[in-house]
Design a protein around this ligand. Structure first.
Ligand code: N01
Length: 556
C-alpha cells in the first residue's frame, strides 16, 4: 500500500529530459522560483530523441533555424548552426550547450526510469516510483516522454537467434565508428521510412562495406534534402530573422516554414504548375512536400498528378528500370505519410553492393543465426542487422509506466480482463482535453500527448509548455491543488480533432500517425491520433479554454 504523506516533496515532477522536459524546467524555474521541481531521465544525459538516435545519417530534415527552442533569446543569439540541416552530433551539442548555459542538469536525476505513477486522491498527490524502488510525492506531474521514443522491433520469428550484431536505430552504440565497424561487413537494414532512408544512404556511402541489403516492405516517397553549410554571414542574417521564422511556423499547417500555394492544382495551366513543382524540387527543404497547391492532400486526382511527377524523378535517378518501379510507392500518394528528405537515397541502389529485397514479393520467413531467410528460400547472410522499424508511437512511452489514476483506474489495458474494462484509455482509445490532460489523470499534463499537433516537434513542445505554464500560474494564483478535465470537454475536443481530420488523404493511410503499428498488439486499427489543423488553430483552442476561465476543468 502506498505510504500517505500530508504534503508533497515536490511541486512538479517531470518525466524526460528531452526538449519537452528541459523546456518545462526552464519555465518552471522562471515562473515558480519557490517551487520544488525535478526532472527524471532514464539516460545518463539530456537530449531525449537526439541523445538516443545516433544511427548513421541521423540529422534534421527540417531547417535547423526553425527546429530549436525559441525562448532563450540570449542563447539564440549565441548559437551558430553549421548546416541548414544539422546532423545528430551537432543537435546533441546544441541541447547540451543550452543545458550548460541554463544549469539544467542541477535538477535532473539521470539514470532513473519512472516505473509506477499512482494517484493519491486523499492528499491530491502523485506517488512516483522509480526502477530502483525509490518513491517521490508530487503535486503536479508533467510527462515529456516523447511520441517516438519507445523503440519497436519487428514481430519476425527467430529475431533473437541472430548471432551477428543487431541494432535498433534508436539504440545505436555510442562508440560506433563507421569506417572501423562497417569494414568488410554484410549489412542488412529492415525498414525504409524516415530513419531507414537516412541510415541506408549513410551506410551505402561508407567505402569499406562489403554489401548492404535493404529489406523494404512499403516503399516511401522521398525527395532531395539539398543540405548546405551555413556561412557566418548567413547565420548572422538568420539571427535577425528569428521572430519572423517562428511566426511563419506558427501559421503554417504543420508548424514548418512552408505553407501551401493558395491555388488548386488544376486551376493552374500545366506549364505553370510543373514550373512550380520543378522550382520546389530544386530547392532545399520541405517546400516540395508542404509548399504545393492547396488541394494536393485533399483531392486524390491532384495528389496523383504530383505523385506521378515525383515518380518520374525517381525513375530518372535509378539506372535499373525494374528496380526503380519497386522503389516507387503504389499504396499511398506522395505526402500522405511523413516525407523523409534524402541525400542520395535512390542513387545508392545504383551501386553494385546495394541490393533491394522487396518484402511484398518475398516476405521474411525468419531471422536465422546468420541472416534473413525470405519466402523464396534465399538466405541473405549478414554480419550486421539494423532495425529501422520505428517506434510504438505516441502512447508507447506512456504505456511503459504503470499508471494508477483516479479511482484506481489503469491508463492502459494490462491483460487483466476485470481491470481492463476500467482502463482510462481502454483499447488504446486515447481521450484527452487539448492533448494536454486526460479525465481520471488529475494534476497531470502531457507535453506531446495524443491529439496534439505533431509536425515541427519543437514548435509543438513550445506551444504545449506555454499553455501548461499558464494553467499552472492560474492554479497557483487561485490556490487550486486539483485539476482534471471534465469528460464532456474531452469528448468535445475529440470531436473537434476528428472533424479536423476529415477530408485529408493522410487520414486514410496506415502508419504511426494514424495509430497503426503492425508490430504492436492492439494497434492494427486506424484512429485519429493527432491534431491536423494548424498550430495557430491549436493555440486558439487553448486560448478559448483559458479565456472561458478554464470552465472545462474540475478545479479544487
Ligand atoms: O519509423 P516508421 P521511422 N517487417 O514507423 C518497417 C521521425 N523521424 O523510425 O511501412 C518489415 O515511420 C516499416 O514498413 P511498413 C519522423 O517523424 C524524423 O522511420 O510498416 N518492415 C517502415 O518502413 C518519422 O515519421 C527524422 O510496411 C517493417 C519502417 O519499418 C518517425 O520518426 C528522422 C516491419 C518503420 O517506419 C518514425 O520514423 C527519422 C516488419 N515487421 C525519423 N515493421 C528527422 O527529423 C516495421 N517495418 C530527420
Amino acid at each position: 500500500m502506498a505510504p500517505v504523506v500530508d504534503s508533497p516533496q515536490f511541486d512538479i515532477l517531470v518525466i524526460g529530459a528531452g526538449l519537452s522536459g528541459i523546456s518545462c524546467l526552464y519555465h518552471t524555474r522562471r515562473l515558480f522560483p519557490s517551487w520544488r521541481v525535478k526532472v527524471f531521465e532514464a539516460a545518463d544525459e539530456v537530449g531525449g530523441t537526439w541523445y538516443f538516435n545516433r544511427y548513421p545519417g541521423a540529422r534534421f530534415d527540417s531547417e535547423a533555424v526553425s527546429y530549436h527552442l525559441s525562448w532563450d533569446k540570449e542563447f539564440l543569439a549565441e548559437w551558430n548552426w553549421s548546416e541548414e540541416f544539422a546532423a545528430q552530433p551537432e543537435i546533441l551539442r546544441y541541447i547540451q550547450a543550452f543545458c550548460d548555459k541554463n544549469d539544467t542538469r542541477r535538477d535532473v536525476q539521470f539514470n532513473t526510469r519512472i516505473a509506477h505513477a499512482s494517484w493519491n486522491e486523499e492528499n491530491r498527490l502523485w506517488l512516483l516510483t522509480d526502477d530502483k524502488g525509490a518513491k517521490y510525492f508530487t503535486r503536479f506531474l508533467i510527462t515529456g516522454v516523447g511520441i517516438l521514443s519507445a523503440p519497436q522491433l519487428p514481430n519476425i520469428p527467430g529475431i533473437s537467434s541472430f548471432k551477428g550484431q543487431a541494432y535498433h536505430t534508436s539504440r545505436w552504440p555510442r562508440d560506433f565508428d563507421m569506417a572501423r565497424d562497417l569494414k568488410d561487413k554484410r549489412i542488412g537494414v529492415i525498414g525504409t521510412a524516415a530513419t531507414g532512408i537516412q541510415t541506408i544512404t549513410a551506410i551505402s556511402k561508407e567505402p569499406g562495406i562489403k554489401s548492404l541489403s535493404v529489406f523494404q516492405r512499403t516503399a516511401s516517397w522521398s525527395a532531395p534534402l539539398r543540405n548546405t553549410p551555413i556561412s557566418p554571414e548567413r547565420m548572422a542574417q538568420y539571427k535577425t530573422q528569428y521572430d519572423s521564422i517562428f511566426e511563419q511556423c506558427a501559421n503554417a499547417p504543420q508548424g514548418f516554414l512552408y505553407g501551401p500555394d493558395p491555388r488548386n492544382t488544376f486551376d493552374v495551366p500545366e506549364e505553370e504548375r510543373v514550373a512550380l513543382w520543378e522550382k520546389l524540387y530544386s530547392e532545399r527543404g520541405f517546400g516540395k512536400w508542404m509548399g504545393l497547391f492547396k488541394d494536393t492532400y485533399t483531392d486524390p486526382v491532384a495528389n496523383k498528378a504530383y505523385s506521378d511527377w515525383i515518380a518520374d524523378k525517381i525513375r530518372s535517378r535509378v539506372h535499373d528500370k525494374v528496380l526503380a518501379e519497386k522503389l516507387i510507392p503504389t499504396d499511398h500518394g506522395f505526402g500522405t505519410k511523413r516525407v523523409p528528405l534524402e541525400s542520395g537515397y535512390f542513387e545508392a541502389f545504383n551501386q553494385p553492393n546495394v541490393h533491394l529485397v522487396n518484402l511484398r514479393e518475398t516476405p521474411i520467413t525468419t531471422v536465422t543465426p546468420s541472416g534473413i531467410l525470405t519466402a523464396d528460400g534465399k538466405e541473405h547472410e549478414l554480419d550486421i542487422l539494423v532495425f529501422a522499424t520505428g517506434f510504438d508511437a505516441i502512447t508507447g512511452a506512456l504505456a511503459g509506466i504503470h499508471w494508477t489514476g483516479k479511482d484506481g483506474r489503469p491508463l492502459f489495458e494490462t491483460g487483466n480482463s476485470e481491470k481492463d474494462k476500467r482502463a482510462i484509455w481502454a483499447d488504446n482509445e486515447t481521450v484527452t482535453f487539448l492533448g494536454l490532460m486526460a479525465p481520471s489523470l488529475p494534476n497531470t499534463f502531457m507535453i506531446l500527448g495524443p491529439h496534439q499537433p505533431f509536425g515541427n516537434i519543437p514548435r509543438s513542445i513550445e506551444n504545449s509548455v506555454n499553455v501548461v505554464m499558464r494553467l499552472l500560474q492560474f492554479l497557483k494564483i487561485n490556490g487550486y491543488t486539483y485539476v482534471e478535465p471534465k469528460q464532456e470537454a474531452a469528448d468535445a475536443w475529440y470531436e473537434h480533432v476528428v472533424e479536423c481530420s476529415k477530408g485529408l488523404l493522410s487520414s486514410e493511410i496506415s502508419g504511426w500517425a494514424t495509430g497503426v503499428n503492425t508490430n504492436v498488439e492492439g494497434k492494427s486499427r486506424r484512429r485519429v491520433a493527432k491534431y491536423s489543423a494548424t498550430y495557430r488553430q491549436f493555440l486558439d483552442k487553448c486560448e478559448e479554454a483559458e479565456k472561458a476561465g478554464w470552465t472545462s476543468l474540475y478545479l479544487k
